[in-house]
Design a protein around this ligand. Structure first.
Ligand code: T5A
Length: 210
């Protein structure tokens, strides 16, 4: 039986550069010979991508907050069953753009849903599965929104006000402070090469410890 792979997540608010830097992380890991599965949430499977479309679409009436939370965990259950768990079991590394920390930040801190309910769902859907490393790209949401809006039309989440995104950022930072062994906070306000340098430093430490 092959050794279990490692599960790495990239997190942060809107427009912090998760997708852009995911490529850097992936290239760095592949260059060191790790077999890598790149995926994202919400999404990552056919069912999950359909749920993503439903979640991000600007629609009226919008999904109720609890509906949103359950749809996110429904997509996650499928993602774990179909992609994440089999890949890790086969010894692949999984690099995921957002995971449950996003739910604690957006639905917990942002929408102010109870952390206890999210923890219950986390346990129900994931069992013991947690990321081994979380790279949190931290950025003032005003800058992140500017970057995201320059790129295209805002989705349903991107239409929230700045107070919502301030809570999201604080939610992430609070979780990171509580689990320093798993989280690495990256200053995403710097130019891309400087962000990449910070990521590389953290990856070197992580890989050395394996
Ligand atoms: N969601 C998700 C929840 O509410 N709960 C959950 O549990 C989960 C999993 C979609 C939404 O779903 C919500 C949160 C989200 O609103 P998403 O598509 O992953 O999730 O999230 P977005 O934040 O919308 O993704 P974006 O693609 O907008 O942002 P990224 O990936 O962080 O940013 P990226 O890489 O596309 O960069 C944005 C722009 O900035 C530039 C890039 O070139 C690009 O143009 N840029 C920089 N410019 C200058 N300096 C830098 N350092 C730069 N880095 C990037």
């Amino acid at each position: 039986m092959s050794e279990r792979g490692n599960f790495i997540t990239i997190e942060g608010g809107e427009g912090v550069g998760k997708t852009t830097n995911r490529e850097f992380v992936a290239d760095w890991l592949r260059a060191r010979g790790y077999k890598l599965r790149i995926t994202r949430e919400p999404g990552g499977t056919q069912i999950g991508e359909q749920l993503r479309e439903l979640l991000l679409r600007d629609q009226s009436p919008a999904p109720a907050e609890m509906t949103e939370l359950l749809l996110i965990f429904a997509a996650r259950a499928q993602h774990i069953a179909e992609v994440i768990a089999p890949a890790l079991a086969a010894g692949e590394w999984v690099l995921c753009d957002r995971f449950t920390d996003a739910t604690f930040a957006y639905q917990g801190a942002g929408r102010e849903l109870s952390t206890r309910s999210i923890e219950h769902l986390e346990q129900l859907v994931q069992g013991n599965l947690r990321p081994d490393l979380t790279l949190l790209l931290d950025l003032d949401p005003r800058v992140g929104m500017q970057r995201a809006l320059e790129r295209g039309e805002p989705d349903r989440f991107e239409q929230e006000d700045v107070a919502f995104f301030d809570r999201v950022r604080q939610g992430y930072l609070t979780r990171a402070a509580k689990a320093p062994e798993r989280y690495r906070v990256i200053d995403a306000s710097l130019a891309l090469p400087d962000v990449a340098r910070q990521l590389q430093r953290e990856l070197e430490v992580f890989v050395d410890e394996r």
